[in-house]
Ligand binder design. Sequence first.
Ligand SMILES: CC(C)(COP(=O)(O)OP(=O)(O)OC[C@H]1O[C@@H](n2cnc3c(N)ncnc32)[C@H](O)[C@@H]1OP(=O)(O)O)[C@@H](O)C(=O)NCCC(=O)NCCS
Length: 166
Amino acid sequence: MIRRCTNSEFGTILEIINDGAQAYRGVIPKGLWHEPYMDDNELTEEVRDGIVFWGAEKDGELVGVMGIQDKKEVTLIRHAYVRNNLWRQGFGSALLRNLQALGQTPFLVGTWAGALWAISFYEKHGYRLVSETEKNLLLRRYWRVPHAQIATSVVLVDSKWNPDGT
Ligand SMILES: CC(C)(COP(=O)(O)OP(=O)(O)OC[C@H]1O[C@@H](n2cnc3c(N)ncnc32)[C@H](O)[C@@H]1OP(=O)(O)O)[C@@H](O)C(=O)NCCC(=O)NCCS
C-alpha cells in the first residue's frame, strides 16, 4: 500500500532513510559520507523546504519512503529509500509510479554517480541520464548541493523533460 506519510512518522522516515543509505557506504567519496547519513535537523529543513513524503507499507509497517518536491516547472524526486532487507521487491517501483501519477510537470532526480543500482532503477522507469553540462546547470537551479557533491552526482530526467523548456 502506498500512502502519504503523516507528521507523526518523522522518526520512522528518518530511520528508513538512514537504513537505506547504508548502500552508500564505501560508494560515495569518504569526505561526503557521514553517519547518520541524515539527522533530525536536515530532515526538518527538507520538510520545511516543501518535500512531501510518501510511504510504502508492508504488513502495516512503513518500509519505504520517497519524497516529492514541487519546483513549479519541474518536480523533484527527493530521498528515495527502502529498508535494505527489502530491496528489489517492488516497493521502490510502487512508490515511484504513485508519485509520477501525482505530477504533470517533468520529473527530475539526482543521485550519487556511484549509486549504479539507483541509476538502473530510474532507467527501468524510463528516466535517462543528462549530460555533465546539463547536470551542473540543473543541480544549481533546482537543488542546494555543496560543490563537492555536484562533481560526484548525476541527474536523471523523465521523458517529459525538455531542456529548451518549450
Ligand atoms: C533505489 C531503491 C529506492 C529502489 O527500491 P527497490 O524497492 O529496491 O526497487 P524495486 O524492487 O522496485 O526495483 C528493483 C530495481 O531497482 C534496481 N535495484 C534496486 N536495488 C538494487 C541492487 N541492490 N542492485 C542492483 N540493482 C538494484 C534494479 O534495477 C532492480 O531491478 P531488478 O531487480 O529487476 O534488477 C532502493 O534500492 C534503495 O533504497 N536503495 C538505497 C538508497 C538509494 O540508492 N536510493 C536512491 C536515491 S535517489
